[in-house]
Design a protein around this ligand. Sequence first.
Ligand code: NAP
Length: 293
Amino acid sequence: MNKPITFAVIGGDPRQAKMAEMLARDGHKVLAFALEKSEMPPCIKQVSEIREAIFPADCIVLPLPVTGKPGYLNTPLSGEVCTLDEVFRLIGKKQLVCAGRVQADTREAAEKYGIEVIDYFAREELAILNAVCTAEGAIAIAMDNTAITLCNAKILVLGFGRIGKVLAHRLRGLGADVYVSARSHADHAWIKAYGYKPMHTYNLVGKLKDFDVIINTIPSLVVTEELLAEVDKDCLLMDLASKPGGIDFAAAARLGLSAIWALSLPGEAAPFTSGEIIRDTIYNILQEREENS
Ligand code: NAP
């Protein structure tokens, strides 16, 4: 992304603050609003009125997730309270608007003003690289919450999607004995091809004894009470999947098992890298629009 343009970065957490800094260091003009609790370098102009950021911008970058409470912009680094209406009514039809995890309330608010919002969180390149941040965050939690090394630990990763793939690879690199569950024949073949031990996600009964760590990435209840009853008391259970998750936490508590639901790891474990991933995704969106115009 070489041609310098003007960005408005409105609201968000340390990921957006870091992204703003990186955009400015790349030579773009960056106007920031509702990020005043974050330390910004002088190359970023922090403005006190939202219109001062929006009017001159070619591209407006809204937070991930775009809303905190429904109808309101997510502004954890600011004292500003801003409704979506207040944002979208100021935006012109020619301006590019990018936001993260766009839900119906945001789409409806934008449509009222004829504004199209591009969801950068829905982009595959962002999801893949976020899997790296998530896997590293999960490994840090596993290290902090076990009394053993991950080297030589017997670890099961449930699911072989983006996070499952990256996590299995990193655990293997640490010397763990890695088992991976999946439901398709093709995934079982890939799991074998990479040298992990395959298990079938729907055929785990009688097979969960002796694991030191079990990490779920499947967003559907797969680790039921029946399966949890087999798990060793010293085993660390971790769920990375978004709601509804894949582990029966109430049953885990009843059985006295240690279970952690570790969500939002990219922003927590690696806010700077997450900001970089968002910046690169926005550059890709801009480049595609230029190629298609
Ligand atoms: P993904 O690439 O879609 O992978 C999901 C995996 O779960 C695939 O192996 C898929 O199998 C399997 N799966 C889905 N539904 C299933 C079901 N009903 N029964 C059995 N297997 C099922 O997703 P991902 O990017 O790895 O993300 C995994 C989860 O983590 C999502 O919920 C995502 O929102 C969440 N996430 C969490 C964090 C965090 O910080 N904790 C960060 C990013 C994402 P098939 O391929 O056979 O469908």
